[in-house]
Design a protein around this ligand. Structure first.
Ligand code: NG6
Ligand code: CA
Length: 526
């Protein structure tokens, strides 16, 4: 990385005596003023930051974490060249609350309305409140989000044919290229900055999550039009031969093709890196893979032998490889902090008959952890988490420190020298030394969020009593709900097989009391 040392600039600014020296100094100052590149070069000491945020990828879905049926060489490269975490968590066991917490540094369960959102939801983060991208933007970063958003857009009753705001650009991102909600929810169009991409003004988009549009075929009424059938839900609007959640009409030229989605968003991510390679940048690359519907590009279809879910993992790995390749090509790899992780744990059948269950063949998407997406058990939030930054972070390292994505806000603030306002990032801890693999000490405790709240402290995990079902019969996930308190010793029993609450009533009381206290506080950040 070419760097103009600040010391060099300081040397040039020393008082100068001779006239020619004065001229020189003037011309230097003029050059400084007219050449922000000099300043930018000095700023380049701040690392670029790339967050690759996979969707529904389980701890055990990558070969770096022990998968054998599937190979993820590019993701594994991050583990080889950086730190692999074994006790890292998404803030929640589903997407929207995880992303809310990631960007605000606040536990989503403090805020009603942050559950999985429909595709026409309004933006759930107030513009003007401190966010991770806004903080980095203030530190001089170019900030971009490419891929899945799922935090709502607009302020209610959005007209998709006009200016789409507020959205990420009002939260501190300089650039946005979005899948507005999820691949399985309408509207099935991309939004670039404030506009739907490729919209034909003669064919306006309308979206509803209440009622169908007359004359539009649906998955439920026209199954013969489908090339992938739902297993549960997902029987409304048909787009690209696949029925989705929600109703939509119009916008035909703007509709995405599922099989091109990885190429399209990866292309946009690479453009962003290229455009900003001379200045510090933050890229939040939020993949659609491996969420449903899993319709990978033909060059990946059938490649894994595990059906579309496995093929989507290969495609995701390719996306990660493209990003790493671009960093190499532009000479940016050494001073770029790359974080790879997932928004929640894995799910096999999430609503389409795509052979994921039939072709699992011994593969364990959650690895050794019990449950998965939606679950209180560790499979819900214990996700792959890899950190690479060759300039500072050791390679081939492993860390069992307790870390959460909610901590990225405060930790990256510490890294970039940002001062957080008192009310900012209320539940985000600065655990930078742990994230960089320099310390084994992460968080002392963490609140996990699925159907119930759980508290992890050291080796113990307390799960608050909850009324929900034990099993999600659609996805066949063990949810870990129980009307009685549960206590697990994660050191002895990482698979959470034995509830030892009855043996440790005192500990259960203490942990329940601490969880209640945390719930009552507006902020846990010291
Ligand atoms: C559920 C969907 C599921 C998925 C999930 C959100 C049904 C029956 N299931 O409601 O398919 O879309 O929401 O996933 O509709 S997430 O990763 O974005 O949280
Ligand atoms: Ca998800």
């Amino acid at each position: 990385m070419p760097v103009l040392p600040l010391e060099y600039a300081a040397e040039e600014m020393k008082p100068c005596r001779s006239r020619s020296a004065l001229m020189e100094r003037r011309s230097f100052l003029a050059a400084l003023a007219s050449a922000p590149a000099v300043l930018r070069a000095a700023q380049q000491r701040l690392p670029n930051i790339v967050l690759i945020y996979a969707d529904d990828l389980g701890y055990g879905d990558v070969s770096a974490n022990g998968a054998r049926r599937i190979r993820t060489p590019h993701i594994d490269r991050l583990a080889r060249e950086g730190v692999r975490f074994t006790h890292a968590h998404s803030p929640s066991a589903t997407c929207t609350p995880s992303r809310y917490a990631l960007l605000t540094g606040e536990y989503a369960w403090r805020r009603p309305g942050t559950g999985v959102l429909p595709g026409d939801a309004k933006l759930i983060i107030d513009p003007g409140r401190p966010t991770l991208p806004a903080m980095l933007h203030e530190r001089g970063y170019r900030t971009g989000v490419v891929g899945k958003w799922h935090l709502g857009l607009g302020s209610g009753d959005l007209d998709w044919n006009g200016e789409i705001r507020p959205g990420p650009l009002e939260l501190g991102f300089d650039y946005a290229f979005l899948i507005p909600a999820t691949g399985d929810r309408v509207p099935c169009v991309y939004v670039e900055n404030h506009r739907v991409v490729g919209l034909d003004p003669a064919d306006l988009i309308r979206v509803s999550f209440k009622e169908p549009f007359p004359g539009e075929p649906l998955g439920s009424t026209h199954p013969q039009l489908l090339r992938m059938h739902p297993s549960h839900g997902h029987d409304m609007a048909i787009v690209n031969g696949i029925s989705r959640i929600g109703y939509m009409t119009g916008g035909r030229k703007a509709l995405w093709k599922d099989e091109d989605m990885a190429d399209v968003i990866t292309g946009k991510a690479l453009q962003f890196l290229e455009r900003h390679r001379q200045e510090p940048f933050f890229l939040y690359f939020s993949t659609h893979d491996i969420h449903v519907p899993r319709v990978p590009h033909p060059r990946f279809a059938g490649r894994s032998g595990m059906g579309p879910r496995g093929d989507a993992i290969l495609q995701l790995d390719w996306c990660a490889g493209e990003i790493l390749g671009a960093l190499d090509r532009h000479g940016l790899a050494r001073n770029t902090l790359v974080i790879f992780t997932s928004d929640n744990g894995p799910v096999v059948d999430d609503g389409y008959r795509d052979e994921a269950v039939e072709k699992l063949d011994g593969h364990r998407p959650a690895g050794a952890w019990r449950g998965g997406k939606y679950s209180n058990f560790e499979g819900g939030t214990r996700v792959p988490f890899l950190v690479r930054w060759p300039e500072r972070v050791k390679s081939r390292a492993e860390s069992g420190a307790l870390v959460s994505q909610i901590d990225l806000f405060a930790s990256l603030a510490a890294l970039t020298g940002a001062r957080l306002a008192d009310a900012a990032a209320p539940d985000s801890f600065d655990i930078l030394p742990a994230l960089l693999g320099e310390s084994k000490k992460g968080r002392e405790y963490l609140v996990e969020h699925a159907g119930s709240l759980s508290l992890i402290m050291g080796r113990w995990k307390y799960v608050a009593p909850g009324k929900g079902p034990k099993i999600n019969t659609n996805t066949n996930t063990e949810l870990g709900n129980d009307p009685e308190p549960q206590l697990f010793d994660l050191e002895r029993d990482p698979g959470e097989k034995t509830n030892v609450a009855a043996r440790h009533p005192e500990r259960v009381r203490e942990m329940a009391a601490l969880l209640a206290k945390i719930r009552g506080m507006a902020q846990t950040r010291p």
